[in-house]
Structure formats: structure tokens, C-alpha cells
Write a protein that binds this ligand. Sequence first.
Ligand SMILES: [Zn+2]
Length: 352
Amino acid sequence: MPSDPWEQWDSPPAPRRRPQAPQAAEPRRTRVVVGAAVAALVLVGGGALAMAWTGDDGSPTQVVGGATDPTAVGVSTDSSGTGVPSGSGAQPNNQAAQPPTSSSASVPGPPADSTAPNPPATPANPGKPLAGKTIVIDPGHNPGNARHTSEIGRQVDAGGFRKNCDETGTETNAGYTEAQFTLDVAQRARRVLTDMGAKVVFTWDNDRAWGPCVDERARIGNDAHADAVVSIHGDGAPSTGSGFHVIVPATVKAGTADTGPIIAPSRALGDALVGAFTQATHSHAADYIGTAGIDVRSDLGGLNLSKVPKVFIECGNMRNAGDAQRMTDPTWRQTAAEGVANGIRDYLMKGT
Ligand SMILES: [Zn+2]
């Protein structure tokens, strides 16, 4: 991305200085989204609440406290200031601000949207086209992260710089969290990929209280010698933006990170995902970021530390009403899962 300030950081061969860069400048797309659900919780909690489900995928952790102004709903900032570790400044009151739940299954979203398109039938795969392939699926965030701010605020290696272990993620105005969304889509995608014959490994599967950290998420893909890794997310962008996009790694060579070998195959994976996701979901490429559904980033530890082809997919903008409605609909999520699986299949079938 020409406008990406990190490009300047990536290029010059100054390895000793690189670790300083991310410390000095906030990655470019800090988002602080204070959702309506938070406002609602504030009211419920008598105005003492200080918790927001914030941040997105690799964006710097923003656990925002003191959000007592309902007019703050939907506020999004593009910060260029100092990072805000989850435990700093406005420490949320964990007791008063429980996240919806740690169990994604027990917090259903709004009713399915009857106007949503029917999902395409899962294609028959008698030939098991992905037999012998290992796919790692990384459901972004964790519903328990919001209750473990100190743990996820721990600084970990992100590829020549350090950043928070993990983020809380975003949510819809109705309180459907990104972490619930990502796990559901991941589990649906696993079923499709398994039917295709693939071995599917998860970075977490509703089996831990928080995390994993971004470096561990990358390591799981590396240790599995995955043929492809897809990290599933929902974005938390300004509400006027809609659509999905795929994030592919930029060139990062710093510390333990060297994305050089995965740049091309990850881009091919990303391109395949854009095509398959469009076809399966009838969604459009994001109208607020990236180019034709592809965004290149150097600030995501989960990509920087990967040794195998890896991308993130932001399936939609959970802060946008239309996208939120679709993402809350299990029928649409099934199409999203099939789009992800089909994109992986298409990439691997090309022999890239
Ligand atoms: Zn995310």
C-alpha cells in the first residue's frame, strides 16, 4: 500500500533500528470502537462500566475504559499516537464488565435474516482434492480475552518489534462478538475442508480461556508445516465502510521474521480467497480499504512470523449495519466458511 507508512520502515536495511520503529509509531490503523453494546452495558451497570470490545485482528490493543457517553457509539479513531496496552490508562473493570460469555454457543445472535441468499450447496468432493494437505485455521481473538486483559496485554515478538499478545476484537452493535464469529466460521470451514480430505489444525478451538498470543498462532502454523493458513476475522472499521478484504503479508525481515519466502504464495492464496469468497457469499470487496479486496500489512505478528503461506480474511465490517446483519446470520456464515474453504482449495489446486 503506497500510503502505508510501514513501507518506509520495511525497506531500509537497518535491523538494529527496526525494533524501535513500531515502538515509536502506532501501527496505522488503530481503531477504537465503542459499541452500542457497551453503551447498553453502561446503562445496565449504572454508568460505572469501563469495558469495550475493541481493536481488530492485529491492530493495537485498545481496551477502553470510561466509555460512559452513549454518543460515543461507533466512534472510530485512526490513531497515530502512542500505543495503549490493554492494561494501561483506563483499566476496565473486569467484574462489572463481563463479556457476553466464554461460550460462543450460548450467545446466539439476532435471528437469521430471511432475506439472505441461500448458501450454495457444499460441493461434492468424491476425489478428496485436499488429501495429504494440512490446513491451519486461526479463529481470530478469543471470547475470553476481554476477561484476561493482563494476559493478552503481555508484549510478545511480532517480527522485529513487540506488541500485545492478542486483542479483544470488535463486535456488532447488538453485541455479537468477533471472537464468536471467527470460531463459528472456522468450525464451519473445517467441516468443508475435512470433506475435501484435508487435515485441519486449529490454533484454538474453544478450549482455552484466552489467546493464543499472535506469536503462538504463527508458530502453530509453522510447526504444522501447513500448506496454507487462514486467520479468520471480522473488521471493526468505521460504520460507513462495508465489504470483505484479505490481508497479505508485506516484506518484513527483522528479528525472527522473514516474510520473503511467503510473499508470493500468500498473495496467491489471498487472490484465490477473494475470488472464492466473492462467489460464495456475494459480498463485495471492501470499499474502505485495500485494492480489489487485498490489503498488504507489515504490522501483524501473525503474518510476520509465519514461515508458511498465510493470510487474514476480514469477512466483513462488524460496525457496518449491513455487514453486521449478514455476519450474524448463520446461513451467511456458512457461505463465508465455504468461501474460505473453496479459496484454499483453489489455491492448492493451482499447485502454487
Ligand atoms: Zn480481528
